[in-house]
Design a protein around this ligand. Structure first.
Ligand SMILES: N[C@H](CCC[C@H](N)C(=O)O)C(=O)O
Length: 276
């Protein structure tokens, strides 16, 4: 089967996007891993599959797969690229788009400058919502990583995140600690690991070791998780500029009962086709 796709990225977090509205297409785990392989396939952090909605009140459904083939609940950078994709391909002419994902319903607004504002839904700090194995509710959760103790804030943005505040964002800590926490037994479904350096109450540096991928140049849900964790801990204000290796995201959260708002770019790189 000849598969047509669009290669896109959000701040260097890269995607292959497939239109499964015009023509149904399904992928098995092995196909996703091969397509995602940067040496033997196309290469991507995530595969995004755009489908018709199951709920008639929604405009689309889109499925998200990490390059290891695992299907996940939410993808912030992917949501922005999804919005650009469906407008570019004239699958819709709406600039406010309602979408079903595995985590639930989200709303995307395509702004006049081409940036996309995403209502990312409400976060949860309840360990069971990630899931994260914990004796009870705490502010910060100590976790043992190869004999060293780190304090983390568990956050669900629909997908699971462990946010660890650090004084310095060294390669060593991301490369050493990221893989161990991502696969830690206290996260039964694994976890995305964010390393947060607070510069001021409204500006941070962030690196994310993503579940099922490794470190990416940017992580939208990771930026959301880091900001709401910082607000919960009293480190951050309601509107934060997040510097990621691939660029900046603006994240806003007005507190419990409110959705997180994320605004950022979406870029198309090329269109291609490949035999599955
Ligand atoms: N690796 C994530 C999914 C992609 C998230 C990231 N690319 C984003 O922009 O939010 C997970 O397994 O939950």
């Amino acid at each position: 089967m000849l598969l047509k796709f669009t290669k896109m990225h959000g701040l260097g977090n890269d995607f292959v996007v497939v239109d499964a509205v015009s023509r149904k297409v399904y992928f098995n785990k092995a196909q996703i891993e091969r397509l995602g392989d940067r040496n033997r396939g196309i290469g991507f952090d995530q595969l995004l599959v755009v489908e018709p909605p199951s709920n008639p009140d929604m405009d689309f459904r889109y499925r998200i797969y990490n390059c290891d083939g695992s299907e996940v609940e939410h993808c912030g950078n992917g949501a922005r690229c999804f919005a650009k994709f469906v407008l570019d391909r004239e699958l819709t002419h709406k600039r406010i788009i309602d979408v079903e994902t595995k985590r639930g319903q989200i709303q995307l607004k395509v702004l006049d400058d081409g940036q996309v504002c995403v209502d990312m839904g409400e976060p949860s700090f309840v360990p069971a919502d990630l899931p994260f194995v914990a004796e009870g509710l705490m502010d910060l959760y100590p976790i043992d990583v190869a004999g060293e103790t780190f304090e983390l804030t568990p956050v669900s943005v629909g997908n699971p995140h462990a946010v660890i505040r650090v004084e310095e964002l060294s390669d060593a800590i991301v490369e050493r600690v990221g893989p161990i926490v991502e696969d830690h037994e206290r996260f039964p479904n694994n976890v995305n690991v964010g390393f947060l350096q607070v510069l001021s109450s409204d500006e941070v540096n962030l690196r994310v070791y993503e579940r099922g991928v490794g470190e990416t140049q940017a992580c939208g849900t990771g930026a959301c998780a880091a900001v709401v964790a910082g607000i919960k801990q009293g480190w951050l204000a309601a509107d934060v500029l997040v510097h990621l290796p691939g660029g900046d995201l603006r994240i806003s959260w007005q507190g419990p009962g409110h959705s997180i708002q994320m605004t950022g770019p979406a870029e198309k790189v090329f269109e291609g086709q490949i035999y599955l």
